[in-house]
Design a protein around this ligand. Structure first.
Ligand code: CMC
Length: 428
């Protein structure tokens, strides 16, 4: 029998049925209770701190215990044993592929890695110092003008759009970087694995042979996997919301990139590096940065710290802290920023301000140090996040359409003026 909660307000009572998830998370289903229809009431929850926007079978996240699973598999197992494409397949289709299925998936993607030659011209029109996230978002929206056959209700057309997006995003990212450097664009080489192909488009030259480094590609695979999904985060919710109005998938992904760009979300990784750099250039005083973050008269926040859901530790940060050591050692890099990051973490974690507010390092805290070791420039770091998160965005978009969800349209509590007498302009 369905359990219910009873909401009592003034002389009204509304029975609200509970929905129980597969990990026993409980939600009160205001939609099923038809709260507004029956009582005229709405709930107010700015920032969705207490609101589940959907039921979803993709990712499970337990913030109190630092657990993250994609389709039931622990993030630790996936990061240790899978390639990024295996995880994309898992997120999109619900199961890990066998060798044949993975091969077929890779072959299909390889047929779509090129960009339309006319789209290539767009890159030349952006200012040389354009932020690559702006270029990425614009390019994703631009793809919708090249592929206008995609009907959101046609599964075959959607499947093709999904493949195009996954195949083309690394090419777009590589072109965006080449544009910023004034270097010739490098076309994809489909003999290479996904991450190797991307690194080649970033760092090779038409004049020289390219030999990719397996260690670098493995590290990149792990980073993309760790970023691939995170249930109803800001950018994923954006993709779902834009998608709920039945906008084309490309436009939804463009909106997701824009949402990810902000400093409170994916844009934090770039800023973490800037902060560590600043501490380094000012003599390595981590204490000063911690004091600044605690100052309530200063809007400054310690980037890479805190999370809406994790209130114990972010399992992705734990994996990345270890990986940063391994990658730097393998590549023979001695980066002083790693030492500063470790000291900054230690100092913050001992501080009452951070303890009371349950602020821990998040995924963005150590990822930048690894990207830097791989040669990824700071302003490309959020683009790397987007490349990983693309598979999650798409999985959620597909799930939302499969569930035939209604258009996302929150209510509000109006606090503006009551009806006012109109005054013509010459009398104001
Ligand atoms: N430095 C200093 N104080 C902080 C920080 C921080 N990084 N994060 C939160 N606080 C304080 C905040 O001022 C507030 O204090 P008080 O209760 O005195 O007003 C308290 O902690 C709670 O913060 P909140 O802003 O209400 O928490 P939230 O859940 O709304 O925000 C967050 C979560 C991630 C936006 C926030 O912690 C933050 O801005 N962190 C820095 C940016 C960052 O690293 N973002 C990456 C998030 S993980 C990857 C991703 O999702 O993209």
């Amino acid at each position: 029998m369905t359990e219910t909660a009873t909401l009592t307000f003034r002389d009204q009572q509304v029975e609200i049925p509970a929905v129980v998830g597969s990990e026993n998370e409980i939600g009160l289903d205001l939609g099923a209770a038809k709260l507004r229809d029956h009582s005229g009431l709405v709930t107010l929850d700015t920032g969705f701190k207490h609101t589940a926007s959907t039921q979803s079978a993709i990712t499970y996240l337990d913030g109190a215990n630092g657990i993250l699973r994609y389709r039931g598999y622990s993030i630790e197992d996936l990061a240790d044993h899978c390639s990024f494409l295996e995880v994309c397949y898992l997120l999109l289709k619900g199961e890990l592929p066998n060798a044949e299925e993975l091969d077929e998936f890779r072959t299909t993607l390889n047929q779509h890695t090129l960009l339309h030659e006319d789209l290539r011209q767009f890159f030349k029109a952006f200012p040389k110092d354009a932020h690559p996230m702006g270029i990425l978002s614009a390019s994703m929206a631009a793809l919708s003008t090249f592929y206008q056959d995609g009907d959101v209700n046609d599964p075959k057309a959607v499947e093709l759009d999904v493949i195009r997006l996954l195949a083309k995003m690394p090419t777009v990212a590589g072109f965006a970087y080449k544009r910023s450097q004034g270097q010739p664009f490098i076309y994809p080489d489909n003999k290479l694995r996904y991450t190797a192909n991307f690194m080649r488009m970033m760092f090779s030259f038409p004049t020289e042979d390219w030999i990719h480094d397996e260690d670098i590609c493995d590290a990149l695979d792990a980073l993309l996997i760790l970023h691939a999904d995170h249930e109803q985060n800001c950018s994923t919710s954006t993709v779902r919301l834009v998608g709920s109005g039945h906008a084309p998938l490309y436009a939804c992904i463009s909106a997701g990139v824009a949402a990810l760009w902000g400093s409170r979300h994916g844009g934090a990784n770039q800023r973490v590096l800037n902060q560590l750099d600043q501490i380094h250039s000012e003599g390595g005083n981590v204490e000063k940065m911690v004091q600044k973050a605690k100052d309530k008269n200063d809007p400054f926040r310690l980037m890479g710290f805190g999370h809406r859901v994790y209130k114990n530790f972010d399992p992705r940060a734990n994996i990345l802290r270890k990986k940063a050591n391994v990658v730097l050692e393998k590549l023979g890099i001695d980066d002083p920023l790693l030492d500063i990051a470790v000291r900054l973490e230690e100092t913050a974690l001992k501080d009452d301000y951070f303890i009371e507010r349950k602020l821990f390092p998040n995924v963005d805290f150590y990822s930048g140090i690894i990207y830097r070791a791989l040669g990824i420039p700071t302003d490309m770091m959020t683009v790397m996040f987007a490349m990983g998160r693309l598979s999650g965005w798409i999985a959620h978009w597909l799930e939302m359409h499969d569930q035939h969800q209604p258009i996302g349209r929150p209510r509000q509590i109006y606090t503006g003026p009551n009806l006012r007498q109109f005054v013509p302009i010459d009398q104001r």
